[in-house]
Design a protein around this ligand. Structure first.
Ligand SMILES: CC(=O)N[C@H]1[C@@H](OP(=O)(O)OP(=O)(O)OC[C@H]2O[C@@H](n3ccc(=O)[nH]c3=O)[C@H](O)[C@@H]2O)O[C@H](CO)[C@@H](O)[C@@H]1O
Length: 537
């Protein structure tokens, strides 16, 4: 380890010697920790970082760029659409995507280094569960979608294939995420195919360019934004790992969209067939002004209908260029934040006003370097419901995320030919609940292991997946579980999907987990506030 003298010399070069001002009074342990942290900060880079942060902040606020005047709609030939295209075109894209997956050429990459401040949790957002009947977390839903898409591709091409899962974490999220995955047995994925790596952290800086001490023995650090991906890929030789596995196409996505379709074959296929090096899924969701948002195209549709949802396609070749050539050209974004610090007497202070600057790069900042960028429009109700805020906010909160998923599953069940019955066996109305319209008329959660995007036609399936011959009155599968409540004030019941059709209350039988010897019978908690319903085909 470097001596205090060495570290002091390095900090002098960076103009940041004040970071050692409490060093002399620290006990050996904290002092060693501080020196170890400071040793990692490369002097020239630190000097430049602090200078740039202060300069960016000192710049008089630029006149608001006239976004409306600079915006141009995407040329139609660069835009694809998940719905509203001819079914054979969509099938063609999907087939291409499955083919690439079956060839082991597709990976998914999760950006999970963020801190979930707005949601108000201290643990990684992926560990959050929004209150589904299954109590699955975002990480589990994502893991199961990977397993299902591998299975679907494998079945089509008579092969076993792998979609490796790369997870970018940060100092805040790596430890808890790795522990959570281990505790959950990697959700039955092969741990060799789950690759976690860590993005860099950068010091928070005062308005006059001094790195901030959060505690006497600790510099205030923050992840370098989700555009830190490009440095992190290089730091941890992630692209080399992809190359070894034969991965050519990467689906990069953010952690909080409960409806995210990992390695979506339709999106992948569309991008591959268009020869794209970069792609982005888009929905009508944007931060542009209401006036601009209302502008209409000649055909009557919205002129600007392509909001970014942090859901990207990249070729591995493009990522390689991004890490080598484009990353140094990316301009950091400045965020002015309240950063806890120690004052000159060494007292911890929680500022009430913003006092510090955090510098971040964004994952989409590389898009201008693309040679062939494409956008792919998807339906918001089917593919985008982000978990950003606590329930006290009006939108993008746990309740809206839960409702979005359950409404989708209700629609899927109806499409698959299911009927929902009330306590007296009468059918519930069968209008699919339009996206965003509150609770669905019946609560029905479908496991991603059973259906990735609404497929699995149970009605015509002679032996539904997971069906155990000889157990006609048991459930179809652990995952075709339908959980309903017998009235909001009455006792809760769990209902199973049974064959040929009706849900049975009060009992739920799980298929054995792989390797376990026999069926287990488990009571399940019901849901608050659901409607009484059963399900039949
Ligand atoms: C910069 C970026 O992509 N912005 C997108 C992000 O906004 P938004 O402002 O919501 O971005 P977040 O801060 O939630 O970050 C998005 C993702 O990046 C990850 N993360 C963030 C910071 C970091 O240092 N490391 C890291 O891995 C987060 O864990 C998350 O998975 O999602 C919105 C849709 O939901 C999009 O409309 C925004 O265009």
């Amino acid at each position: 380890m470097a001596s205090e003298l060495d570290v002091r010399a390095r900090l002098q070069r960076a103009g940041q010697e004040h970071l050692l001002r409490f060093c002399a009074e620290l006990a050996p342990g904290p002092r060693a920790a501080l020196l170890a942290q400071l040793e990692l900060l490369e002097p020239e880079a630190l000097r430049e970082h602090c200078r740039r942060a202060a300069a960016a902040c000192a710049r008089p606020p630029a006149p608001a760029p006239d976004l409306a005047a600079r915006l141009r709609p995407l040329p139609p030939e660069r835009v694809g659409c998940a719905s509203g295209v001819a079914p054979q075109t969509r099938r063609l894209w999907e087939e291409e995507g499955f083919h690439q997956i079956a060839l082991n050429k597709v990976a998914v990459l999760l950006l999970a280094g963020g801190q979930g401040t707005r949601l108000g949790v201290t643990y990684p957002k992926g560990m959050y569960q929004v209150g589904l009947p299954s109590q699955k977390t975002l990480y589990q839903l994502q893991a199961e979608r990977i397993r299902r898409v591998e299975q679907l591709a494998g079945e089509r091409y008579g092969t076993r294939c792998t979609v490796p899962w790369y997870i970018m974490t940060s100092e805040f999220t790596l430890g808890p995420t790795a522990k959570f995955f281990k505790e959950h047995d990697f959700f039955h994925l092969d741990p060799n195919n789950v690759v976690m790596f860590e993005q860099r952290m950068l010091p928070a800086v005062t308005f006059d360019g001094r790195a901030i001490l959060e505690q006497k023995d600790k510099v205030a650090m923050a992840p370098d934004g989700n555009g830190g991906l490009y440095c992190a890929l290089a730091d941890h030789q992630v692209l080399e790992d992809m190359e070894r596995r034969g991965v050519e196409f990467v689906h990069v996505y953010c952690v909080d969209n409960i409806l995210v379709r990992l390695a979506d074959p339709v999106f992948i296929g569309f991008c591959v067939l268009r020869g794209a090096d970069c792609g982005a899924k888009v929905v009508e969701y944007s931060e542009i002004s209401p006036e601009t948002a209302r502008l209409r195209a000649p055909g009557g549709g919205l002129l600007y209908n392509a909001g970014n949802i942090c859901n990207h396609f990249f070729t591995r070749d493009f990522l390689q260029m991004a890490t080598r050539e484009f990353e140094p050209l990316l301009k950091p974004h400045v965020a002015v934040k309240k950063v806890p610090y120690v004052d000159d007497q060494g007292n911890p202070v929680k500022p009430l006003e913003p006092n510090g600057i955090k510098m971040e790069k964004f994952v989409f900042d590389v898009l201008p370097f693309a040679k062939n960028f494409v956008a792919f429009q998807v339906l918001r109700g089917e593919e985008f419901s982000p978990l950003k805020n606590a329930d006290s906010a009006e939108r993008d909160n746990p309740s809206t995320a839960r409702r979005a998923l359950l409404s989708q599953h209700h629609r899927w069940a109806l499409q698959a030919g299911a009927h929902f019955l009330d306590a007296h066996g009468a059918r519930l109305p069968e209008q699919p609940s339009p996206p965003g319209s509150g609770e669905p008329p019946a609560i029905c959660e479908i496991s991603p292991l059973v259906s990735y995007s609404g497929e699995a036609d149970l009605a015509s399936h002679p032996e539904p997946r997971g069906w155990i011959p000889g157990h006609h009155d048991l459930l179809v599968s652990r995952d075709w579980r339908c959980t309903c409540e017998a009235g909001s004030s009455g006792p809760h019941s769990s209902w199973t999907w049974t064959r040929p059709g009706h849900c049975r209350p009060d009992s739920l039988l799980d298929l054995p987990a792989p390797g376990s010897p026999r069926l287990r019978k488990q009571p399940r908690p019901g849901l608050q506030g659901g409607k009484q319903a059963a399900l039949s085909f």
